[in-house]
Write a protein that binds this ligand. Structure first.
Ligand code: SF4
Length: 353
């Protein structure tokens, strides 16, 4: 699906194509070889995932996306080839569930409530088969520690769970759309964008922006600033704040009873409401401008950390992470030796003699 943007007269006027990377161009114009070949540059639309990636590790960003004339070893502006394609089973779960939800909203399947869940499961299963067969997803069942059937069950539970939560929280309304493209401008030169999973407008609850998550644990690998980013885009586009932001947990639908390690039972609500205010949005806009300025200054040093590196496609070829691991391991060994000496029962020598 193509992302398109309608600019007002001050911004150049007309309809523009927004590529995932590269320059925003008028619809129908042919990209020159420079635009096709090169990664991001100063005119590129900045997305939340790109900002996050840059902030976590600038090197990961430039290797993944490429930047203007910057050469990371494969020619000016070229991206670094990924050493291996990891199994994308986690991504597939999200894609499958979201496809069923997208059709529910955008094809208005909710108008037939009796058959809604069955129809969504049908859509989900078709998408599941399609995604599993895609070579680029490189599904590795042993890495996933799941069979194909178990994977589908997980997706099916996510779909039925969403319907449960959607009904409980009345995530329907006169305007209820999924996969909504939002592009706004922080200033004349700084387009930012994103695709909201779902936006709902109702008289009683106003504008609600939802993002669905299929994580095993709530709020793990989930950054509330992602939803605030959508709020910023909404504000830039429509000049008003949305009213509510929520994560919807596919694995923890409304009414599900869960028990924590201490044995405490919780009846799940299915959602996590995210607080936000004008200052949050200003802070995010500032972060976007700062990241763009740093990219322009070609600040692409690596920032290794286990939390980020373990999910990085370049982990096996990254010298910065290898050096950090070696240093950490040397530190651990040093510590271990001291422990041995201190705890040794024999071999004491008094060097003061
Ligand atoms: S492995 Fe870590 S340090 Fe290296 S590029 Fe990836 S995130 Fe950055």
């Amino acid at each position: 699906m193509k992302l398109r943007l309608l600019r007002n007269a001050e911004q150049g006027g007309g309809l523009f194509d927004i590529p995932p990377t590269g320059t925003v161009t008028p619809v129908g114009s042919v990209l020159d070889s420079r635009d096709r070949r090169f990664g991001m540059n100063t005119s590129s639309t900045l997305y939340w995932s790109t900002l996050k990636m840059y902030e976590e590790c600038p090197q990961k960003f430039v290797w993944s996306k490429g930047w203007d004339q910057y050469d990371c070893g494969y020619g000016p502006g070229e991206r670094k080839p990924k050493p291996e394609q990891r199994s994308r089973h986690h991504a597939v779960f999200g894609i499958v569930i979201q496809q069923a939800i997208e059709d529910m909203y955008n094809l208005e399947l909710y108008r037939d409530p009796k058959n809604l869940t069955a129809r969504m499961l049908e859509i989900g299963e078709k998408e599941f088969d399609r995604q599993i067969e895609k070579p680029r997803n490189n599904i590795n069942y042993s890495e996933a520690k799941m069979t194909r059937a178990e994977m589908w069950d997980l997706c099916a539970d996510g779909i039925t769970g969403f319907v449960q939560t959607m009904k409980a929280h009345r995530f329907l309304g006169p305007y209820a759309k999924a996969e909504v493209d939002l592009v706004g401008w922080i200033d004349t030169w700084s387009p930012i964008g994103g695709r909201a999973d779902t936006i709902i407008k109702r008289e009683d609850t106003g504008v609600t922006i939802i993002d669905g998550k299929n994580t095993k644990y709530k709020m793990q690998y989930t950054d509330p600033d992602q939803l605030r980013w959508y709020a910023l885009l909404y504000k830039l586009l429509y000049k008003v704040m949305p009213d509510r932001l929520a994560y919807v947990w596919y694995r923890f639908p409304t009414g599900l009873v869960t028990t924590d390690k201490e044995g405490t039972e919780t009846i799940e609500t299915g959602v996590e409401w995210v607080e936000f205010d004008e200052a949050d949005l200003q802070g995010l806009a500032q972060r976007a401008l700062e990241a763009k300025a740093a990219m322009k200054a070609e600040q692409f040093d690596p920032v290794p950390s286990p939390k980020v590196c373990n999910f990085c496609d370049f982990l096996t070829v990254c010298d910065a992470r290898k050096t950090q691991r070696a240093a950490n391991s040397a530190k651990r060994n040093k510590k271990n030796q001291i422990t041995e000496i201190t705890e040794a029962k024999a071999g004491f020598a008094d060097w003061s003699l």
